[in-house]
Design a protein around this ligand. Structure first.
Ligand code: HEC
Ligand code: HEC
Length: 394
């Protein structure tokens, strides 16, 4: 059998900025709006460590993340769709997320926010063979965590605020107003762009904390030599890195700087997933989806408009995967068993239905893996070692 080389995903110059960020994120964060906070002085990364400032900004960001007064009407926070006890994914049933207005659904399954701090800034040509890498969202359309914040805040299918000014008006009278002024300056609310950027900075700072990327799974303990894998887990790991080819995209080795494996290389692929007939987005009021069930999600193509990107979606981390069902960008599978079955057999006929986007389907590393049902089980068992909060049995 030919040897499969892991795809180059993260190269050393695209390494994530989580600990050593020295980039003035805010200067480039809001499209078209130039803001002054943090620029030329301290950068987000500089605030880390012992002076405590980052902790405070992070605490503020956490409070905003879970503040349900910031939607229109009140009642929905980032945490509604990214719950801490569900791998920061949507704890509610359904393939995609319902917004604050009942009956309005987004088109995609809410992914985990965890470990997304390690996604490099979106680069349309920085990945394998000149393909895209990094960014936020399934299609990379937000370049950074800061950029990402604006999406859900203003999306009529999510938090439904009419404008940046409307969000800032809520922040100004909300429970975090005092802390925002303390950390970002007394006059921060004089300019809505500046106040909004402060919020983006605080949320992104929270998303970069070890609380959101804790590396406390059994697999991490195993890597540190403080836990043993069971026979089934060890067999699953060997399959993951070998016969099942998973690590080709869901990298299982530490980064050059010692960061433990992230189980994604942040590149993009079209796995040939079929349409999810039960995607509630199809039943949205027609002003939000005039095409109904004829809607096709072209993924990365929406961001780059390159034909070769039609149907590609970002490789998500598999950390905490056993608590973040349903799976894939359209939430089509409810269990890991089904997801692995798809990888195992999708190229063997039409068991799963035709690919929603037939162009660019990757048939080289998936779809006919010849895994036995025991092997599928072992892989599932291994994936369960990736859940954070592992407590060794005494
Ligand atoms: C109504 C549910 C909902 C709310 C509320 C929500 N999100 Fe999300 N979030 C999603 C969905 C769905 C996606 C994927 C969307 C896409 O790819 O087009 C997502 C994607 C993300 C991502 C990118 C993760 C990845 O793997 O690419 C981040 C980061 C994120 N959200 C943070 C936030 C923050 C911060 C807030 C609050 C300001 C928030 N979300 C509010 C549903 C929600
Ligand atoms: C060619 C690269 C590639 C390979 C090889 C690969 N994956 Fe994936 N994986 C992806 C991409 C891309 C997605 C998201 C696709 C989408 O939603 O359209 C994904 C999504 C997933 C998901 C759903 C994650 C979520 O948050 O919804 C699971 C589970 C998964 N992969 C497990 C595996 C396993 C197990 C293997 C090995 C049998 C594997 N993957 C091999 C690229 C790959």
């Amino acid at each position: 059998m030919m040897a499969i080389k892991p795809r180059e995903g993260l190269s050393s110059n695209s390494l994530p900025q989580i600990r050593y960020a020295n980039v003035c994120w805010l200067c480039s964060s809001l499209v078209g709006i130039v803001v002054a906070i943090g620029c030329g002085g301290v950068s987000v990364g500089d605030l880390g460590g012992s002076n405590g400032t980052q902790t405070t900004r992070a605490a503020l960001g956490k409070a905003i993340f879970f503040d349900t007064s910031l939607s229109t009407p009140k009642g929905m926070s980032c945490g509604t769709c990214h719950a801490a006890n569900k791998g920061f994914a949507d704890p509610r049933p359904g393939s995609t997320s319902e917004g604050v207005i009942a009956g309005r659904f987004g088109n995609r399954n809410a992914p985990s926010v965890q470990y997304m701090a390690f996604s490099p800034k979106f680069d349309p040509n920085g990945g394998t063979n000149g393909g895209a890498i990094g960014g936020q969202f399934w299609d990379g359309r937000a370049a950074s965590l800061e950029d990402q914040v604006q999406g859900p805040m203003l999306n009529p299918l999510e938090m439904n605020n009419p404008s940046i000014d409307a969000v800032v008006a809520k922040l100004k009278v909300g429970p975090e107003a005092k802390a925002i002024k303390k950390l970002y300056g007394d006059t921060v609310f004089d300019d809505p762009a500046q106040a909004f950027a402060a919020m983006q900075d605080a949320i992104a700072t929270f998303e970069r904390t070890p609380e959101v990327s804790p590396f406390t799974s059994k697999f991490d303990a195993y890597l540190r030599g403080t836990a043993h894998l069971s026979d089934a887990e060890a067999r699953g790991l060997a399959l993951f890195n070998g016969k099942a080819l998973c690590s080709t995209c869901h990298s299982s080795t530490p980064l050059p700087d010692g960061t433990p494996p992230l189980f994604t290389n942040f590149t993009y692929s079209n796995l040939g997933l079929p349409k999810n007939a039960y995607n509630p987005y199809y039943k949205n009021p027609s002003q939000f989806n005039p095409l109904g069930s004829n809607y096709v999600d072209y993924g990365l193509y929406n961001t780059t408009t390159r034909e070769t990107d039609k149907g590609l979606f970002m490789v998500p981390t598999l950390r905490n995967i056993s608590v973040t069902a349903p799976y894939f960008h359209n939430g089509i599978f409810q269990s890991l068993g089904e997801a692995i079955l798809f990888y195992n057999t999708s190229q063997l006929g039409q068991v799963f239905g035709p690919a929603e986007v037939q162009q660019n389907v990757d048939t080289t590393v998936m779809g006919k893996l010849s895994l036995s049902s025991d092997e599928v089980q072992d892989l599932t068992t291994f994936l369960q070692t990736l859940t954070d909060g592992y407590v060794p049995k005494p």
